[in-house]
Design a protein around this ligand. Structure first.
Ligand SMILES: Cc1cc2nc3c(=O)[nH]c(=O)nc-3n(C[C@H](O)[C@H](O)[C@H](O)COP(=O)(O)OP(=O)(O)OC[C@H]3O[C@@H](n4cnc5c(N)ncnc54)[C@H](O)[C@@H]3O)c2cc1C
Length: 422
């Protein structure tokens, strides 16, 4: 393969979902079986361990990377088949509607136990495992150097930095997705509502519920091992006590008698300005993140890892320097277009006229144009988004446009527009 000689020694730092995906992908896709892969992580720093909704691309990806039949993968992940997201109380119509994957009732993703996905991916990964704290990752001539806490530094041709969220956002390094109005999640684990057949995977069609609530919204993800509930809100608008109280009310309405408190997680909505600089690839929560309304995080990590490895393995090394800005811009654009789609969900409010929903609809969302101004973000995400909105509002959509995408397919834009009354 043209580029693989310049990419023989690779490190993946982090073993959350993003790191596990990157290590498995290098192991399986590297054209040179003698490549060297170091999988580095600090076992004292826990992985996030939520991330239980996904997109249909993951079904094929896990089958390919694990080498296991689909049914086995599904059972190993305590998974159910997710056919879309059921929105409850969102938008001007304030009613229920479903955002289906397309083709509807055919294409499905997984609801999966995030904490076991890493183990599944690691089984097929051939790597040297290094349990150590990484202090820094810096570019050096033709590659990158990893500095460790208690080990000598090591040089690599390519390093995937999957160390999770940045400690704080720095406008020099990160583009903030400020028009998404949430920044905190309360996670609770409740008993499973899915009955698993004794000898095969669950075939029943399931949907992630996204329920509008006064302080934000709640996801409900049905797995065979448990049901995962997460209240997504803005800690600058609502207090944790208010949210916990409303969460209790929702669980009572749902008839859930017991639950386990799992975590309160703060998250940034952002994308790194240099996801890929030619030697270091920032992936997963280190490269960008947005709240889980459309379960975008694993899909973004898949795209980052897939695109960078494709370019490095299949393109001749002499093209590499010119490829770097193109790949970086593509990945930033992909994240921002997803961010615009997710932020747009708030544009019509919900059945609640509360401080959170007024903040989301009247203050956060209207800043989307300035936040994605091409001069500030260096890509055309905003005009692509405008084109999609133009298309769904057009009296006729030409057949040549049916397959258009802007982070999400046109069918997703059309379904959300109908459902929200946008
Ligand atoms: C509330 C919430 C809900 C979510 N829901 C979804 C969803 O439905 N669908 C979806 O696709 N995604 C979802 N996500 C995102 C999902 O959690 C991420 O895709 C996933 O957590 C990826 O995380 P990561 O691997 O980038 O980082 P992490 O899980 O944070 O892992 C970081 C890794 O880096 C290691 N590490 C950190 N610092 C160092 C260091 N200095 N030295 C060595 N090792 C280090 C740690 O040991 C760990 O192994 C959600 C996220 C949140 C916050």
């Amino acid at each position: 393969m043209p580029g693989s000689n310049s990419c023989r020694k690779i490190a993946v730092v982090g073993r959350g979902t993003a790191g596990a995906l990157a290590a498995a992908s290098v192991s399986r896709l590297h054209p040179d079986k003698d490549h060297e892969l170091h999988h580095i992580y600090d076992s004292r720093i826990p992985v996030i361990g939520v991330g239980e909704g996904s997109w249909p691309s993951l079904v094929q990806q896990l089958h390919r990377l694990s080498g296991l039949p689909h049914e086995k993968v599904q059972q190993r992940l305590n998974a159910t088949r997710k056919y879309g997201v059921q929105f409850e109380g969102w938008g001007r119509r304030k009613s229920e509607f479903i955002h289906h994957f397309t083709p509807q009732a055919v294409s499905y993703a997984y609801h999966l136990s995030a904490d076991v996905m890493g183990d599944l991916l690691s089984e097929g990964t051939r790597a040297r495992h290094i349990d150590a704290r990484v202090l820094d990752i810096t570019r050096v001539d033709g590659g990158a150097q990893v500095e460790f806490e208690d080990l000598p530094p090591e040089r690599y041709d390519l390093v995937f930095d999957a160390r999770g969220f940045p400690r704080r956002l720095d406008p020099e390094e990160h583009i903030e997705i400020s028009f998404i109005p949430t920044n905190t999640a309360v996670i609770r684990r409740c008993p499973s509502i899915i009955e698993e057949p004794p000898d095969g995977p669950v075939l029943k069609h399931t949907y992630t519920r996204a329920i509008a609530r006064p302080h934000g919204w709640v996801f409900v993800i049905p797995l065979t091992a448990h049901t995962s509930y997460g209240y997504i809100f803005n800690r600058d608008v609502s207090s944790l006590e208010e949210v916990e109280k409303d969460f209790d009310e929702l669980l009572a309405q749902d008839g859930v008698a017991e639950f386990e408190k799992r975590a309160v997680l703060r998250f940034p909505n952002f994308v790194h300005r240099r996801i890929y600089d030619g030697a270091v690839a920032r992936i997963g929560n280190a490269g960008g993140f947005m709240e889980p309304l459309e379960a975008t995080a694993i899909r973004l990590a898949e795209m980052q890892v897939g695109m960078i490895l494709q370019m490095r393995f299949n393109r001749p090394a002499e093209y590499h320097e010119n490829d770097v800005p193109v790949v970086n811009r593509f990945l930033i654009n992909d994240t921002l277009t997803c961010g615009l789609f997710v932020g747009w969900h708030y544009s019509c409010g919900s059945r609640y006229d509360s401080p959170f929903w007024r903040h989301a609809r009247d203050r956060a969302w209207p800043s989307y144009r300035s936040a994605t101004d091409p001069a500030a973000v260096g890509c055309a995400a905003l005009s692509k988004f405008d084109e999609m909105i133009g298309l769904i509002n057009a009296p006729v959509i030409d057949q040549s446009d049916w397959d258009r995408r802007c982070g999400f397919p046109l069918t997703s834009f059309a379904q959300m527009s109908q459902g929200l009354g946008a």
